[in-house]
Design a protein around this ligand. Structure first.
Ligand SMILES: [Ca+2]
Ligand SMILES: [Ca+2]
Length: 221
């Protein structure tokens, strides 16, 4: 994945937290479930994906009603598989569910009821009619630690004082920029940093605490 894309996720992850806590309550209201058919499992099936992980996958989407294809990640973004953080609402709820506990190399065919997809309204822009049941064929390529993982926090927090200073984040960003290898203006770096602090340093003390960073609810927490 390019650094740009990855970084967008990093930022989105910083912004999405509120949305994802709100979204959780609705689940009980619906009895409808995602149907998962495992088409292929590699011999060594790990790591298994979990909430907060960054996934890389290709998927084709079909309308269950007439079998027509409404989405194909292979024809978008120059055919690069899509990156997204699992379980935080970057994709429809049904896909968050369908892609949990899945390993790299695994293929699944999943059927998602409208209540866990685009609901009564549908999604005109994406050619999804109202009340559409969706079928996705998914091939997962990579499961990596997400931007809000405990690992990421520990990695950024170089002096291990459980809070992220401007210097620590700046250093981390620089490393990420270098890994990507693309030349970037220093001002981009500065504005990203400012943005991260604006959105996350709630008490304005110049540090992002573990609580402010709000690590995704991983098992280890
Ligand atoms: Ca620190
Ligand atoms: Ca703070």
């Amino acid at each position: 994945m390019t650094f740009g894309v990855r970084f967008v996720f990093f930022l989105q992850a910083f912004c999405l937290l509120t949305i994802h806590t709100h979204g959780q309550k609705k689940e009980d209201a619906t009895a409808e479930e995602v149907k998962i058919e495992v088409l292929h499992v590699p011999k060594e099936c790990k790591p298994k994906s979990k909430k907060g992980d960054l996934l890389n996958a290709h998927y084709d989407g079909y309308l269950a009603g007439d079998g027509s294809k409404f989405y194909c990640s292979r024809t978008q973004n120059e055919g690069h598989p899509k990156w997204f953080v699992l379980g935080v609402g970057q994709v429809i709820k049904g896909l968050d569910i369908a892609m949990t506990n899945m390993c790299p190399g695994e293929k699944r065919k999943v059927t998602i009821p409208p209540s866990l997809a685009y609901g009564k309204e549908g999604y005109a822009q994406g050619n999804i009619p109202p009340n559409a049941t969706l079928i996705f064929e998914i091939e997962l390529y990579a499961v990596t630690k997400g931007p809000r993982s405990v690992e990421a926090f520990t990695q950024i927090d170089m002096d291990s004082d459980k809070k992220l200073s401007r210097d620590e984040l700046s250093h981390y960003l620089k490393q990420e920029f270098e890994r990507d290898g693309k030349k970037r203006d220093a001002s981009v770096h500065g504005s990203i940093l400012a943005d991260i602090f604006k959105k996350n340093d709630h008490d304005g003390d110049g540090f992002i605490s573990a609580t402010e960073y709000n690590v995704y609810q991983h098992d280890e927490l």
